[in-house]
Design a protein around this ligand. Structure first.
Ligand SMILES: NC(=O)c1ccc[n+]([C@@H]2O[C@H](COP(=O)([O-])OP(=O)(O)OC[C@H]3O[C@@H](n4cnc5c(N)ncnc54)[C@H](OP(=O)(O)O)[C@@H]3O)[C@@H](O)[C@H]2O)c1
Length: 339
């Protein structure tokens, strides 16, 4: 097990891709481009070396600017950082994959990407409108392409050499099995919502069996109710180990073998989310056995539909992320008893 000082530097070798993914990752789902650039710079300054992006966020350019400044300042070398971005639902047709990948690469100002994910397994009507709707306001899906056909196009990106690893996001175990069964290149990374209220043990077991890294988004539960950082099991461990509740939840993620993403625009949060330390084994056990709340905060896995339609960012909307919950922020109805 990693010692308390090295947990934050954990890198998980990619069995199905090249390189290794830093387990501690910074998510860039921040609606305002200036805030994105500043938060990304702060994340790099405090030590994050793994950045998670997406075409859907519409802010890849701001992330790219922050990376370029850090490179020019000599703070990082390209090979020190691991940058992931994602193919949006409207680009699932195989002929659209390479142009979408190249456009992301251009916006991020990078020659190659460390990882490229299919953002959700749902194909939307191809085109420039990220959120195509019919006159009744229903999403227009695209039945003319299968997930495996899109996967084949991602495999070709690896063959071309500008993408070191590929993977999926927002997939169920069932969908993942289908792709793994058909794949020439097994997914290297699977990004799904996961935290102590949604540990996804079955999915994690499957990933381990196939050498796939599970990358947990919403590792702090999107900051929504019921608040993970207020959970009594987490807060009592935090007091015992002299860390914050967020640091406990994030250390748990790394110690059980996953990578995680967290996001904030506040320097203090960004810094503490990097400065995690290993938990004692009894704390790991307490989180696994003592927490009975079971919550999925983000229903994107069932529909592929992002939460808020991107538009002008009002100051008070600075935090609800673009593809966070499609339901109102009152999410108590999602709380269920653990199976
Ligand atoms: N694949 C997908 O469909 C998908 C969907 C959603 C997200 N993602 C990715 O996952 C990343 C992370 O998701 P997320 O933003 O929901 O992560 P998160 O870290 O679970 O939630 C962010 C919320 O937690 C709060 N927070 C952050 N650090 C904290 C700390 N140390 N103590 C207390 N509260 C803290 C933030 O507060 P403040 O706002 O006050 O800082 C914010 O409200 C995204 O940026 C994106 O890259 C992927």
């Amino acid at each position: 097990m990693a010692t308390s000082d090295t947990l934050r530097y954990t890198r998980i070798p990619l069995t199905n891709g090249s390189g290794a993914i830093p387990a501690v990752g910074f998510g860039t789902l921040i609606p305002d481009p200036l805030a994105t650039k500043q938060a990304t710079k702060t994340a790099l300054e405090v030590g994050f070396r793994h950045l998670d992006c997406a075409e859907r966020h519409r802010n890849e350019e701001a992330v790219g600017d922050a990376i370029q400044e850090a490179l020019k300042a000599g703070m990082i070398r390209r090979e020190d950082i691991f940058v992931t971005t994602k193919l949006w639902n409207t680009n699932h047709r195989p002929e659209r994959v390479k142009p979408a990948f190249d456009a992301s690469r251009r916006r991020l100002q990078l020659d190659y990407l460390d990882c490229y994910l299919i953002h959700t397994p749902f194909a939307f009507r191809p085109g420039d409108e990220q959120d195509p709707r019919d006159e009744l306001g229903q999403v227009i899906y695209d039945n003319g392409v299968t997930l495996v056909e899109t996967w084949r196009a991602l495999e070709r990106l690896v063959d071309d050499g500008q993408c070191k690893a590929i993977g999926l996001s927002d997939v169920s175990l069932e969908k993942l099995r289908e792709v793994v069964a058909a794949a020439r290149i097994t997914p290297a990374v699977v990004q799904v919502e996961s935290h102590p209220y949604l540990p996804e043990w079955d999915l994690l077991d499957f990933c381990r069996e196939h050498g796939i890294v599970l990358l947990a988004f919403a590792a702090l539960g999107h900051g929504l109710n019921p608040r993970l950082v207020d959970d009594p099991v987490i807060t009592s461990i935090a007091q015992r180990v002299h860390k914050t509740p967020a640091q406990v939840a994030l250390a748990w993620a790394v110690q059980r073998g996953t990578a995680f993403l967290s996001t904030s625009t506040r320097r203090s949060y960004i810094q503490q989310n990097f400065e995690i330390s290993a938990l004692p084994e009894d704390a790991m056990r307490e989180i696994r056995e003592g927490i009975t709340t079971n919550v999925r905060f983000n229903p994107v896995v069932g529909t592929g539909v992002p939460g808020l339609i991107p538009g002008p960012v009002e100051p008070r909307m600075a935090r609800p992320p673009l593809d966070a919950p499609t339901v109102p922020r009152k999410l108590d109805g999602y709380q269920r008893g653990r199976k």
